[in-house]
Design a protein around this ligand. Structure first.
Ligand SMILES: [Zn+2]
Ligand SMILES: [Zn+2]
Length: 306
C-alpha cells in the first residue's frame, strides 16, 4: 500500500487484501448493525443450555426438596429469597455475556477508503486480519469460533457461548461471581439439611422418599463443588487480569504492553464503568430494552448473528 503513504501488514502472509474469505464471512454481522449478537456454535449452545439446566436443577432441589418441606418458615423464606435472587442474577449475567457483542471489529473494513480516512502518518504500520479482512486494532485478536476480530479478547468461553472481550467482560465476571455464590449457598443448605435430617426421621424432613432426597442432594453437592471450584478460579483470574490491564491471551503470549496500563482501581473502573457502586453488581445495567424492541418491531422479529 505504498500509494497511501503507509504500510499495511498482514498478520499472516500470502493473503490478498480483500476477497477469498467470502464463505467464512457469510452471515457474520455485529450488534452495531441492529441485530442481537448470538454465536451459532453447536458446542457453545449445548454448553450454554447445560449451564441453564444445572442452575434449574439446583433451584429445584433447593426449593422443592429442602426449603418448601422445611418446618422453619423464616429459614425457608430468607434462604429461598436469597438463593432465587442469586440464581436470577447469575442467569441474567449469563444472558448478558452471551448476547452482548464482545467488541467485534467491523468485518472487511480493510478497504482503501477506510485506511485513507484513518489519516495515518507515512511509514506507520497497521495490521490486517487475513481471516475477516479487518484492520486489527491494538490488543484485538481473531476468534476462529466467532469468525471475527475481538477487541481486548480474553478467551472464547463455550459455557457462555461467546468471546469474553472489551464490552462483555464485566458480565462474565458477574456470572462467575454469582455462580460461585449460589454454589456456596447450595453447599451450606445441603450441610444444614443433612445435619437436621439425621437427627429426625428423613420421612419428616422432606416430601421425597429418603433415598431419592439423599441422591438429589448428593448430586447437588457434587455439582456445587465443581461449579464453585471452576467459577472461583475464573473470577480470581479475571479480577487479576483486570487489575493488571492484561488479557489472558496477552498473558499467555507474554506480550509486552505497548498501551498505557490502567492498573488496580483504574482497571476495574474501566471494565465496570465508573466509580465503585452497586451498579457494578447489576447485570441489567446499560440494558437497552427499548432499542431491542425497536429492532424487533422494525424487522418483524429479532435477528441473530453469526
Ligand atoms: Zn479477524
Ligand atoms: Zn469467540
Amino acid at each position: 500500500m505504498q500509494s497511501t503513504g503507509h504500510r499495511l501488514r498482514d498478520v499472516e502472509q500470502h493473503h490478498p487484501l480483500l476477497g477469498g474469505e467470502e464463505e467464512e464471512l457469510k452471515g457474520v454481522c455485529s450488534a452495531s448493525e441492529g441485530r442481537v449478537w448470538f454465536i451459532h456454535d453447536s458446542c457453545g449452545m449445548v454448553c450454554a443450555i447445560m449451564t441453564w439446566f444445572l442452575v434449574f436443577y439446583a433451584e429445584f432441589v433447593v426449593n422443592f426438596v429442602m426449603l418448601l418441606p422445611s418446618k422453619n418458615f423464616w429459614f425457608s423464606l430468607v434462604n429461598g429469597v436469597a438463593f432465587n435472587f442469586l440464581a436470577v442474577m447469575a442467569l441474567s449475567s449469563h444472558l448478558r455475556t452471551m448476547l452482548t457483542d464482545p467488541g467485534a471489529v467491523p468485518k472487511g473494513n480493510a478497504t482503501k477508503e477506510y485506511m485513507d480516512s484513518l489519516q495515518l502518518k507515512p511509514g506507520e504500520v497497521i495490521y490486517k486480519c487475513p481471516k475477516c479482512c479487518s484492520i486489527k486494532p491494538e490488543r484485538a485478536h481473531h476468534c476462529s469460533i466467532c469468525k471475527r476480530c475481538i477487541r481486548k479478547m480474553d478467551h472464547h468461553c463455550p459455557w457462555v457461548n461467546n468471546c469474553v472481550g472489551e464490552k462483555n467482560q464485566r458480565f462474565f465476571v458477574l456470572f462467575t461471581m454469582y455462580i460461585a455464590l449460589i454454589s456456596v449457598h447450595a453447599l451450606c443448605l445441603s450441610g444444614i439439611q443433612f445435619y437436621t435430617c439425621v437427627r429426625v426421621q428423613w420421612n419428616e424432613c422432606s416430601d421425597f422418599s429418603p433415598p431419592v432426597a439423599v441422591m438429589l442432594i448428593i448430586f447437588l453437592c457434587l455439582e456445587a463443588l465443581l461449579f464453585v471450584t471452576f467459577t472461583a478460579v475464573m473470577f480470581g483470574t479475571q479480577i487479576h487480569s483486570i487489575c493488571n490491564d492484561e488479557t489472558e491471551i496477552e498473558r499467555l503470549k507474554n506480550e509486552k504492553p505497548t498501551w498505557e496500563r490502567r492498573v488496580r482501581w483504574e482497571g476495574m473502573k474501566a471494565v465496570f464503568g465508573g466509580p465503585p457502586s452497586l451498579v457494578w453488581f447489576n447485570p441489567f445495567a446499560g440494558l437497552q430494552l427499548r432499542r431491542l424492541l425497536m429492532v424487533r418491531a422494525r424487522k418483524g422479529g429479532t435477528e441473530f448473528s453469526v
